[in-house]
Design a protein around this ligand. Structure first.
Ligand SMILES: C[S@@+](CC[C@H](N)C(=O)[O-])C[C@H]1O[C@@H](n2cnc3c(N)ncnc32)[C@H](O)[C@@H]1O
Length: 260
């Protein structure tokens, strides 16, 4: 197949990315050599996977988050741009704590993108948990790539974590169990879905933050969960909180500060 024919198989930037990877050439080469012939077998295999919405990130074992490249593989949630505002919020809020070298615990570390991005930017002790052993394996690999240190636990929430924690952060599963969406079918169910309109784990994490007497909790949530969470905060006598939005203006997370 010629490069110019390959472009008929999908959107331009995706085909460019696939060809750059397969041919080990840059964009400039692709556009200056449109008649260049290559073996189409692997290319067409990838196009078939993409037709079935199989994530491109799993095909090439890489994903970008907050301007950095991370290793990823099937079995672990693909990092989402939607999570970048959480980093901005944590960095803004942490200005008050940075001199204290706080202990920050992430619940549900996945590929490690959140804790690793933060560990590269601030001085803190990092702890992270996940119930998925493949997630911890991928996080370890990303820790080596990015040269940061995070203490990892294979556990539910913060069970068996004895350290005194100052700040909890989390992007937990928050999609309603009944919700079905084709593009999510290749990603691990326990990374996405939970009960109670998708708020079960968010509420568990708030309870954990109260129990552990942390100073602050920052969580990502679904765009339609603000009222449910607000009601829960009020039922638990929490009054120092706010919700933050993503770049499209949707409510996407919350910060709770505790008087501890
Ligand atoms: C939405 S993913 C987020 C992954 C990663 N932090 C990110 O932002 O891409 C949620 C993660 O929480 C983990 N998880 C689900 N239930 C958990 C629990 N009860 N305790 C700890 N981790 C959990 C999943 O395995 C998954 O890796």
């Amino acid at each position: 197949m010629k490069i110019k024919e390959a472009f008929k198989y999908g959107n331009r930037s995706e085909i460019e990315y696939i060809l750059e990877k397969l041919l080990n050439k840059d964009k400039m080469f692709l556009h200056l050599n449109l008649d260049y012939e290559f073996d189409e077998k692997e290319f067409l295999n990838i196009i078939n996977l993409r037709k079935k919405e199989y994530p491109l990130e799993y095909i090439f074992n890489e994903a970008w988050f907050y301007g950095e490249k991370f290793y990823i593989k099937e079995g672990v949630l693909v990092p989402r741009d939607d999570t970048e505002p959480l980093i901005d919020v944590v960095l803004k809020e942490l200005k008050d704590y940075v001199n204290l070298k706080p202990t920050i615990a992430e619940i549900g570390v996945g590929s490690g993108i959140i804790s690793i991005t933060l560990a590269k930017k601030i001085k803190a002790n990092f702890i992270a948990t996940d119930i998925n052993p493949i997630a911890l394996e991928v996080t370890k690999k990303n820790m080596q790539i990015h040269k940061v240190d995070i203490k990892l636990y294979l556990t539910n929430l913060l069970d068996n974590v004895d350290e005194k924690i100052d700040i909890i952060i989390s992007n937990p599963p928050y999609v309603e169990e009944e919700w079905e969406y084709e593009a999510l079918k290749y990603e691990p169910k326990e990374a996405l879905f939970t009960k109670d309109n998708g708020t079960y784990l968010l509420k568990q994490i708030v309870k954990e933050a109260i129990k552990r007497e942390v100073k602050m909790l920052v969580c990502e949530m679904g765009y339609n969960q603000k009222n449910l969470m607000k009601q829960f905060f009020e039922e638990n006598n929490l009054n120092d909180f706010y919700f933050y939005k993503d770049l499209s203006g949707n409510d996407r997370g919350f910060v709770i500060k505790f008087q501890n």
